[in-house]
Design a protein. Structure first.
Length: 597
């Protein structure tokens, strides 16, 4: 008896075939679930250089061992694929109730390959999967898609689907679950669109059991009081991520006017107090007591959020201090199926291009109507949106402005200026899917714990440790918004599975293995040290405003941090993992998946 369903399904949309297989015990023992399980599957099935938008790419929807149990903050689903935005391996974490429904339906994960001859959606219910026509759904936004499927299948289902942006294969397209939750980064929505897959709907009623139910429940109750509802997680209950607007502005890392400045004069007009002014209710993912989601209504525009990343990238970074406009931006992106981080970044880039005389895309900082129109243009690949939707790296390389195209490996940078947080500079450069803040949210140690943000000392150790811990945490199935120690993860997973993990060191080892797996994939696809870098602006253009005024990340310091990071990872000076660490950590994928050359 374990919390795993014991089965996974492979759906080939090209011919409609569905194969149900046993989940290999050795996979879940080593990689647990979520990110690790998705990476292990993809490493064994995707051939080298598979096109992200080709039928041969696969889209993996993976649960975790704690999914569907009573352990709090365990409602996240992992979406794994090869990214059309970057070419890297990609995993996204999405909340809501979809993951629990998929586990209750009898599957640890579902892998989707091929391309349906006509628009289709998957219907999953208690061990059965059907490919159904989505012709009546094609062209709908994510909210209407959800509503139509609930009317057809019942209100007790969970739906994850794409909007018009995904249908049109925009690299900024995301997947939306239960209307308000997004697998946002890296273009997973475009991968679904390339398969003519409009949505996946699921309902399950099968039980999820743990090995030692009585002890598991007793420990969960104790942890709820002592850890989950403790001061460490209080911010999620009272404010959610919007609390970061004022914090980041105060330390000078709030992206403003396409990362030209680190403070925003109108930050109080888009901060957590403005969210609270329009708050209707708190929203939670499955089984979560923190309810960090804010459901707001502004002049009839209803949305869950805006989260910090949206307030920053769709607000200050575009020179927009109008909270109502940011809510509209958020709602439009959600319904059209666009990642708000990348959308805000690319619009701000276009604004600076006009300001600098590089190219006029018709957008200006602070122009509310122009920036809202641009959202729809990008999603529909209409007019200038055809270009903007390709992302800032494409625009910079083809039309100018590459020095201030704020991206890593083709993924637009999120809302922490790395010149004010040198740990985040290294975290962005080395993240497996391109510029990413969640793989190692190292700024917490600099902004809260008092670590000097303007030094490379100790930063490689910090970033590596966080990347390993988070890889394990997301694979075991705990949300990144919940502060839980590796010791607790080891204990609770042991109670759930009956496997004696021993200690936090065992969790850490799993995290190292999962992180290594992602690096091996990227190395196989040609990624090396030259891709582990940052935009020229970070090195050459001093930040303006706040405590980081006049600061750049010195190239020499960055290269020293990268050297030290590679040494900690046991990779060579080009970022290629050594055969010794591959063997020691037990990578079990063969068949030319990894080459040390």
């Amino acid at each position: 008896m374990t919390p795993y369903a014991g089965k996974y399904a492979v759906v080939d949309l090209s011919d409609g075939s569905i194969e149900v297989r046993d989940t290999p015990l050795e996979w879940v023992r080593k990689y647990h679930g979520g990110k690790g399980l998705a990476f292990r599957y993809l490493m064994g099935t995707l051939s080298r250089a598979v096109g992200p938008l080709s039928p041969d790419n696969e889209l993996v929807l993976a649960t975790s061992p704690l999914t569907g149990t009573l352990f709090p903050c365990s409602g996240k689903l992992t979406v794994g694929t090869r990214s059309p935005a970057t070419g890297t391996i990609l995993d996204c974490s999405v909340g809501g109730g979809f993951a629990a429904q998929l586990k209750y339906a009898g599957y640890d994960f579902v892998a989707i390959r091929g391309r349906a001859p006509h628009p289709a959606y998957l219907w999953i219910e208690d061990g059965k999967i059907a490919v159904r026509s989505a012709s009546h759904l094609w062209g709908l936004g994510t909210r209407d898609t959800d509503a139509v499927l609930r009317a057809e299948l019942g209100e007790d289902i969970s739906v994850m689907g794409i909007g018009p942006a995904g249908e049109r294969l925009v690299p900024l397209a995301c997947l939306t679950a239960d209307v308000y939750r997004q697998a946002g980064r890296g273009g997973a929505g475009a991968v679904a669109g390339s398969k003519n897959l409009k949505a996946v709907a699921v309902r399950g009623s099968r039980p999820v059991q743990v090995r030692d139910g009585a002890r598991f429940l007793s420990r969960v109750r104790q942890l709820m009081k002592e850890v989950i509802l403790s001061a460490d997680n209080e911010w999620a209950i009272t404010d959610g991520t919007p609390v970061l607007v004022d914090i980041c502005n105060s330390i000078g890392v709030l992206p403003t006017r396409n990362f030209q400045e680190g403070t925003f004069a109108q930050h109080e007009s888009i901060n957590t107090d403005r969210v609270k002014d329009h708050l209707k209710q708190r929203r939670a993912c499955f089984g979560c007591p923190l309810a960090c989601g804010s459901y707001v209504d502004v002049d009839g525009w209803r949305v869950e959020g805006p989260e910090y990343e949206t307030l920053a990238m769709g607000g200050s970074n575009c020179g927009i201090g109008d909270f109502r406009a940011v809510v509209r931006f958020n709602k439009m992106c959600d319904d059209l199926g666009l990642d708000t981080i990348s959308a805000g970044n690319v619009i701000a880039f276009a604004m600076e291009c006009a300001e600098k005389g590089v190219r006029d895309y018709g957008l200006r900082f602070g122009d509310v109507e122009g920036y809202l129109t641009a959202v729809e243009d990008v999603a529909l690949r209409r007019g200038v949106g055809e270009l903007l939707g390709q992302g800032v790296r494409y625009l910079g390389e083809n039309f100018g402005g590459l020095e201030f195209a704020m991206q890593v490996k083709g993924l637009e940078m999120p809302a922490y200026d790395p010149r004010g947080s040198w740990a985040m500079a290294l975290a962005y450069a080395t993240a497996d899917r391109g510029a990413d803040h969640l793989r190692a949210w190292a700024i917490a140690q600099e902004a809260v714990a008092g670590m000097d943000p303007f030094t490379g000392q100790g930063k490689p150790e910090l970033v590596a440790d966080l990347q390993w811990k988070n890889a394990a945490k997301w694979s075991i199935g705990v949300c990144d918004s919940c502060s839980v120690s590796p010791e607790v993860l080891a204990e609770i997973l042991s109670l759930a599975t009956g496997w004696e993990l021993g200690s936090a060191a065992d969790v850490g080892r799993a995290g190292q293995l999962i992180w290594l797996l992602g690096r091996l994939f990227n190395v196989r696809e040609g990624f090396r040290r030259r891709e582990d870098t940052l935009p020229p602006r970070v090195f050459d253009h001093p930040l303006k405003g706040g405590p980081a005024d006049g600061v750049v990340v010195p190239r020499a310091v960055f290269e020293e941090m990268l050297d030290r990071y590679y040494a900690l990872m046991r990779w060579d000076d080009q970022g290629v993992p050594g055969a010794d660490v591959v063997e020691e950590l037990g990578v079990d994928v063969q068949g030319g998946v990894w080459s040390g050359s």
